[in-house]
Design a protein around this ligand. Structure first.
Ligand code: ATP
Length: 503
């Protein structure tokens, strides 16, 4: 809910995860900086993805292509002509919106109404409640769902047919008002290209127009044959990449969910024509398993299969996550056919084909892609982790239950007091651990307050050195989630951490 979302945003700043970009100049809309803890979490998510996609698959390799590419790339890919969002302005408030998002928000409200009815009935009927039966028979719920489907279906159809007039008509028929002012005085709907342009070259007349890449995928397509040949790759094989992408988003809101500069983690999997749907199903399952392996709750994920397909796709689904503002796209899995490679063949005049020794023929491979936003994944982790927990003594504690393998800092090393040789022992422990783990030292304030600070920062373990340590070389190790403490030998710390935080 909204309240939780606000807490996530302010917590992200207070605990050094995310800052607004150039904040001293009042920030730049939809651009953010990752702070001292944020950069660690982001690196860990990226590494976890890279390991499981590249290192754990013998037929997937990685590349790191440049952000700037030859401008014809974007002509071939269709982005110059078709990478657009439908834009609408409100004449009174002068505010600008994405027409499709206005309509989707309207549909989402209908869904919320349906959910309310379901919740009410659940309460009323208790254990006897049969949800499937209820949603298919309750008149209001059926109506809300049908209306939703009709609206979204009509919008998809209009957009696919480039019938922007009908998109406006739909907005008017539904009586959608400007969310800020309530005005219903709308302009026409028009297409807006999301690519950021820039220039290469020193003198104005000889400069070449370039684009900042709006997706990392094209860097993979244009390198397809280089990688296949030099890596002696056989189909099926994949190429993975992580890196920045840029989109001049019309509506910038929801914190790091929709940014103008963001990072993608993409993998293009090249397959035999005709086998793409089998691999599409394989990657849908495999990617969902990756998400579930983090233990953020099975109920927080769902697939959304696309009815309206992009010009290049023959099947597409999103993995949606339960963000504080509802289920929204976190990752896309797309069967992109041979659209991209064929287009690059055509525009470059170079063959981009694979000789399949088993079939004894050349072909342009088909592509199944998995594409996840690193920043969206970051937001999923952070919003899922933040909890205000009621304790037995009636107090509450703020805790960030980030999966230990992703946590920015793995352990805080705390001398109970700042004297009696305890800080020196702490330093020695840090010298050993820092080779393998990101750990921090903290000696300020009472140890209870230090625990709370580490809980809120998301550190899975606190290791405390006390006077007994001097006698028997043992320390206490405290678990962030259970708050349980255990006494272990100093020599056992590293093994103990390894079990929980390594991947
Ligand atoms: P949306 O419908 O939310 O605009 P999309 O369908 O355009 O997203 P894709 O082009 O499929 O997104 O990009 C793949 C992934 O990149 C998305 O699933 C999302 O996680 C991420 N992504 C896309 N746009 C942004 C953005 N502006 N900010 C942050 N992440 C983004």
């Amino acid at each position: 809910n909204e309240d939780h979302f606000k807490k996530v945003v302010s917590h992200a700043k207070e605990y050094g995860y995310v800052f607004a970009s150039s904040e001293i100049y009042d920030g730049l809309s939809a651009v953010y900086d990752y702070a001292q803890n944020g950069v660690e979490l982001k690196n860990n998510i990226r590494n976890y993805w890279w390991r499981s996609m590249v290192h754990m698959h013998q037929n997937i390799v990685g590349i790191d292509a440049a952000i700037l590419m030859h401008p014809t790339t974007w002509k071939a890919s269709g982005h110059v002509d078709a990478f657009t969002d439908p834009l609408i302005d409100n004449k009174d408030s002068k505010k600008r919106y994405r027409a499709d998002v206005l309509i989707e928000d309207y549909a989402e409200k209908l869904e919320q109404k349906a959910q309310k009815e379901i919740k009410k009935a659940k309460k009323r009927f208790g254990d006897a409640f049969d949800e499937t039966q209820f949603v298919s028979t309750h008149p209001r719920v059926v109506r809300y769902r049908e209306e939703q489907k009709e609206i979204l279906g009509r919008m998809a159809k209009s957009l696919a047919a480039e019938d922007l007039k009908d998109v406006k008509t739909l907005i008017e028929e539904l009586g959608i008002a400007c969310p800020e002012t309530g005005s219903k005085n709308w302009t026409e709907v028009r297409q807006f290209n999301l690519m950021f342009g820039t220039k290469l070259g020193a003198s104005a007349e000889h400069a070449t127009d370039l684009y900042l890449r709006p997706e990392t995928a094209q860097g993979i397509f244009v390198n397809f044959l280089n990688v296949q040949k030099t890596g002696r790759m056989k189909i099926p094989f994949g190429i993975a990449q992580t890196g920045k992408a840029f989109r001049n988003e019309i509506v910038a809101r929801q914190f790091i969910f929709r940014m103008r500069e963001f990072e993608q983690m993409e993998m293009q999997f090249f397959v035999r024509p005709g086998e793409e749907l089998k691999w599409y199903e394989y990657w849908k399952e495999t990617r969902l398993k990756w998400h579930l392996s983090l233990g953020m709750g099975e109920e927080n994920y769902r697939f959304h299969d696309h009815e309206k397909l992009a010009h290049y796709a023959n099947a597409a689904a999103d993995i949606e996550f339960n963000f504080p503002f509802g289920f929204k796209e976190l990752e896309g899995i797309h069967s992109r056919t041979d659209f991209d490679l064929k287009a690059h063949e055509e525009y470059s005049g170079k063959k981009l084909q694979f000789f399949d020794p088993e079939l004894n023929k050349n072909y342009v491979p088909y592509v199944v892609e998995t594409s996840i936003g690193l920043d969206r994944m970051f937001l999923a982790v952070l919003s899922n982790a933040l909890e205000e927990e009621e304790l037995e003594d009636g107090k509450t504690r703020t805790v960030l239950k980030i999966p230990a393998i992703l946590a920015p800092t793995k352990a805080a090393i705390l001398p109970l007091v700042k004297k009696d040789g305890l800080p020196e022992i702490a330093e020695k422990i840090i010298e050993d651990l820092q080779w393998d783990y990101n750990v921090v030292y903290d000696e300020k304030d009472a140890v209870g307050r230090r625990y709370r600070r580490q809980d809120a920062a998301g550190t899975p373990f606190c290791i405390t050195i006390d006077h007994q340590t001097k006698e028997d070389n043992t320390v206490t190790i405290r678990d962030r989630d259970s708050m349980e403490q255990e006494r272990i030998d100093i020599s056992e710390i590293s093994e103990k951490l390894k079990k929980s935080v390594s991947f």
